[in-house]
Ligand binder design. Structure first.
Ligand code: ZN
Length: 310
């Protein structure tokens, strides 16, 4: 179609990569998924995918949603790097720079959760909001979002998965999975923590297994600790663990119980089904968010590598 501007999007996760060429959610031209291997091999696969498209049609920019920790500060010489990740081979990888140099395109770069939040803001469950949280619960736990209409950054980027929550070691002797903190929110609730604690993957646990009540309680404790300081208008929860949809009603009622009527908000007291929700873009929130980020960079609304504002 003449006149349609196409963008590249990369959702670079710790276990898999998703790359897409799209104009938006209703116009996805191509998409591939492959496992995350060593950085060179993985980035080469992404580059080959986009180069093949560049033979057919011009791309305007690329957006990257990256696992982290990362350097998201456009002023920093290490902007676009994956920094201190324990993932073998990936520490200090110049993710955005490698893509920028190979494709000759402006590149936007942010955390997987901030970019998914941007996707939900543009096309999904956070349209029209200016302050909301996007939390992912999967191999790890991460959070991002917007405050006053801007993606949350600061000194680095939020690390919402590593907040502390009460842990009753008599009720739950499992010490936690986080290699830094043991029983932080991620340490108690991520997918691998469920597998270690119960000896089976969450996918193999029945919806009435006690694992889920504990999981919902911990996630609700985490959410309350985020809702109170940030005052989000909505909370979006994605990731592999949250594909267990029966968790949603359990988390919602636990959040109401923990807040105990303190926040006099109709959205929490009467319409919590619309307050704590799965991503409307589903499993595509990350890669579509990357397309939205590429658009922002192309239009000069957000900084990127090789863009007008950087
Ligand atoms: Zn931790």
């Amino acid at each position: 179609m003449a006149g349609t501007t196409l963008y590249g999007g990369i959702e670079g996760g710790g276990t898999k990569f998703v790359c897409a060429v799209a104009a938006g959610p209703d116009d996805i031209r191509d998409e591939i998924r492959f496992p995350t291997a060593a950085p060179e091999e993985t980035l080469d696969q992404a580059i080959a995918f986009f180069r093949a498209h560049q033979q057919k049609a011009e791309l305007a920019a690329v957006g990257i949603a990256s696992f982290g920790p990362i350097d998201p500060n456009p002023e920093s010489p290490r902007f676009g790097y994956v920094t201190t990740t324990p993932k073998p081979g990936w520490a200090q990888t110049d993710f955005a720079g490698t893509i920028h140099r190979a494709l000759g395109l402006p590149v936007g770069f942010d955390t997987d959760v901030n970019v998914a939040a941007l996707g939900e803001h543009r096309w999904g469950g956070a349209r029209g909001l200016d302050t909301f949280i996007y939390l992912t619960v999967g191999t790890g736990v991460g959070g991002g979002g917007m405050v006053n209409g801007k993606l949350i950054h600061g000194a680095m980027h939020p690390e919402m998965g590593h907040i502390r929550i009460p842990h009753d070691r008599q009720a739950d002797p499992y010490p936690g999975y986080c290699s830094y903190h043991g029983d932080c929110l991620e340490g108690l609730t991520c997918g691998p923590a469920i597998s270690e604690r119960w000896g089976r993957s969450g996918r193999d646990l029945a919806p009435d297994h006690p694992a889920w009540e504990m999981e919902a309680r911990y996630l609700a404790l985490g959410l309350v600790n985020l809702i109170l300081p940030l005052s989000p208008q909505r909370v979006i929860m994605g990731g592999g663990v949250m594909e267990q949809m029966h968790l949603f009603p359990m988390i919602r009622s636990q959040v109401q119980e923990l807040l105990n009527g303190y926040l006099q908000l109709e959205s929490i007291q009467e319409r919590i089904d619309e307050y704590i929700i799965p991503p409307e873009l589903g499993g595509r929130a990350g890669v579509l968010g990357a397309i939205a980020l590429a658009q922002e960079v192309h239009r000069g609304q957000m900084p990127g590598l090789g863009s007008r504002t950087n």
